[in-house]
Design a protein. Structure first.
Lengths: 246, 248
C-alpha cells in the first residue's frame, strides 16, 4: 500500500510530524511507502524544506519526495525546477489554502510551465475561494500535458453541493487524478471511480491533517472490487510516478 | 444496540436522489445498526412529497426507522402547523430537521426560531445541518441555540473547516448536542466527548450518503470506555427520543 499524500516536518500550524512517528504510523496501518512533502515550514522557507524532503528520500527508500512551493513568490518557478532537477523530488505540491492564492491564477501558470510536465502536480483541492473543483479544472485545462492530482476528491463540502462540479472535472479533464481523503460519502467515491475511471484514483490520506488508518477504512468500506481497490492503494500511483511495483 | 441519529430516506424526482427505506435498512444491516433516525431530502411544504414518503417509510419499518420531518421555515405559521401535526398525529415522528443549505433561512431568524421553539414545546429535538457554509455555520446555529434554550439542537461537528468552532459553541450552549457523522476527523469526536461529556455526543452516519461501516469504525477506533461508547452509540439518542429500547 502506498500513501500518496503525507505531509512531514516542522509546521507553522503546530501539527508537525516527525519521521519516526510517520514510520510508526505506516507500520501500524500497513502502508509500505509514502509520498511525502513539507508541512508549511515555520520560517516559510520552502527551498530548505524541499532539501529536507530530498534527504529523507535519499535515506529512506520507502519515502518518495515531493517539493512544495509558494507561487506568490517570484522565485517559485525556479524553486520548483530545482526541487525536481537538483533534489530529485518526484512531484510538486501546491497548497493554495495555506499559501493564500487562487489555484487558477496566472502565478500558478508560471510554476506549471517551468516544470514542463516532467512531474505530476498535487493540488490541495476543494478549499473555498481558492481551489473549488472548477478552479482546479480551469488550471488543469490550461496545461493538458501535466498530470494533476487533486486531494479530497476535488471537493470538500459536507452538504454535497460541490460533488457535481468535481464530477465534471473527473469526466472532462483526463489529466486530473484524485485522492479521496476526507470524502465521507461512499457513493461519491464510487461515482468518482466510475466517472474518472479506476486508473485515476489514488489512496492519499492527507496525514497529519487527516487520519491515515481511517482513510484506509474509507476506501476498504466501498463496494468497489478488490482489483480496483488494489489499483487505488498502489497500482495507480506507481504508474503516475513511474515506480516499479512491489 | 446501535442507533444511528441521522440518516436519510427519500425518493426525490427533482434532485434525482432515490434512496428508498429498503436500501437504507440493507446498509444498516450490513453495519449492524439496529435503528435509525431518517429524514427526507425534500423540505415541506414543497413540490416533492418528502413528508408523505417519510410517513410511509416509518409505517413500513416501525421497529427500525424513526422520522424527523424536514420543514421549510419560510412559510411561517403554515410550516409550524405542518410540523406540529406531523408530531402529534404520528408517534413514529420524533423530531424536526432543518437544512439551511436547502431552505436558505438562517437558523437564528425569527422563522426558524419559532419552529425550533415549537419543537421544544412538543418535547422533541431539532437536527440542524451544520457545515462550512452560510447559513449553516456553527456560530449561526449557536445563536439559535441561545435563543431557544428549551429545545435540544443536534448538529454535525462543523464539516471540514469548523470543527473547533462547533466545539466551542457547544461548550457555551448546553442545549447543543453533536453527531459524529460527516466529520473527517476521528480525533474531533474524541475531543467532543472529552469537552462536552459523554452525554452530548450521538453516533450518526448520514446513511446512505455516509457509509455506515466506516462511520461506525470511526467510533470503534477511538477505543472509548465501554460505558462512554455505549452512550454515544445509542443511549444518548434513545433517552433524548424516549425510545423503548434496551430495557431488559
Amino acid at each position: 500500500m502506498i500513501d500518496a499524500n503525507v505531509f512531514i516536518g516542522d509546521s507553522l500550524y503546530e501539527n508537525s510530524l516527525g519521521l519516526q512517528k510517520l514510520l510508526e504510523m505506516m507500520r501500524q496501518s500497513g502502508v509500505e511507502k509514502a509520498v511525502v512533502r513539507p508541512l508549511k515550514p515555520p520560517d516559510f522557507d520552502f527551498d530548505r524544506a524541499n532539501r529536507f524532503i530530498s534527504e529523507l528520500q535519499r535515506t529512506h527508500p520507502n519515502l518518495i519526495g515531493f517539493g512544495r512551493v509558494n507561487p506568490l513568490l517570484r522565485q517559485a518557478p525556479e524553486q520548483a525546477l530545482t526541487a525536481v532537477q537538483e533534489y530529485d523530488l518526484r512531484g510538486i505540491h501546491l497548497h493554495p489554502w495555506e499559501e493564500n492564492y487562487q489555484i487558477n491564477s496566472a502565478k500558478v501558470d508560471r510554476v506549471v510551465e517551468a516544470l514542463e510536465a516532467q512531474v505530476p502536480i498535487y493540488v490541495s483541492a476543494g478549499y473555498p475561494v481558492v481551489s473549488h473543483p472548477l478552479q482546479v479544472q480551469d488550471l488543469a485545462d490550461r496545461h493538458p500535458e501535466t498530470t494533476f492530482i487533486a486531494t479530497h476528491g476535488g471537493q470538500q463540502d459536507i452538504s454535497g453541493m460541490s460533488f457535481d462540479d468535481a464530477l465534471i472535472m473527473a469526466r472532462e479533464s483526463q489529466n486530473v487524478c484524485f485522492d479521496v481523503s476526507g470524502v465521507y460519502r461512499r457513493d461519491f467515491i464510487e461515482l468518482l471511480v466510475e466517472q474518472a475511471g479506476e486508473e485515476r484514483i489514488v489512496f492519499g490520506s492527507c496525514t497529519p491533517y487527516m487520519d491515515m488508518a481511517f482513510e484506509i477504512v474509507r476506501i476498504r468500506s466501498t463496494h468497489l472490487g478488490l482489483e480496483i481497490k488494489d489499483r487505488i492503494f498502489q497500482g495507480n500511483i506507481n504508474r503516475i510516478l513511474g515506480l516499479q511495483e512491489g | 444496540m446501535i442507533i444511528d441519529a441521522h440518516a436519510h430516506a427519500d425518493e426525490n424526482d427533482i434532485w434525482g436522489w432515490y434512496d428508498p427505506p429498503e436500501k437504507v435498512i440493507a446498509l444498516m444491516d450490513e453495519a449492524g445498526i439496529d435503528m435509525a433516525v431518517i429524514t427526507p431530502y425534500a423540505d415541506e411544504p414543497g413540490p416533492s412529497p418528502g413528508l408523505e414518503n417519510l410517513k410511509r417509510y416509518v409505517a413500513q419499518f416501525p421497529d427500525r426507522l424513526i422520522g424527523f420531518p424536514r420543514i421549510d421555515p419560510k412559510f411561517g405559521q403554515q410550516s409550524i402547523e405542518i410540523f406540529e401535526r406531523a408530531i402529534r398525529e404520528n408517534p413514529l415522528m420524533k423530531g424536526l430537521k432543518l437544512h439551511p443549505i436547502s431552505n436558505l433561512v438562517k437558523p437564528f431568524s425569527t422563522l426558524c426560531v419559532d419552529l425550533i421553539r415549537k419543537a421544544g414545546e412538543l418535547g422533541v429535538p431539532v437536527f440542524i445541518h451544520c457545515g462550512d457554509k452560510i447559513p449553516a455555520l456553527p456560530l449561526q446555529i449557536a445563536r439559535a441555540a441561545g435563543l431557544c434554550p428549551a429545545t435540544t439542537i443536534i448538529c454535525h461537528m462543523g464539516g471540514y473547516f469548523h470543527a473547533e468552532e462547533i466545539l466551542r459553541c457547544a461548550q457555551r450552549h448546553s442545549n447543543l448536542m453533536l453527531d459524529t457523522s460527516s466529520t473527517p476527523y476521528p480525533e474531533i469526536v474524541r475531543q467532543a466527548v472529552e469537552l462536552l461529556g459523554p452525554d452530548r455526543v450521538v453516533f450518526a452516519t448520514d446513511n446512505p450518503a455516509g457509509d455506515p461501516i466506516s462511520e461506525l469504525q470511526k467510533i470503534r477506533m477511538l477505543h472509548l470506555e465501554p460505558g462512554v461508547e455505549e452512550r454515544v452509540l445509542w443511549k444518548n439518542i434513545a433517552e433524548l427520543l424516549r425510545l423503548e429500547v434496551g430495557r431488559n
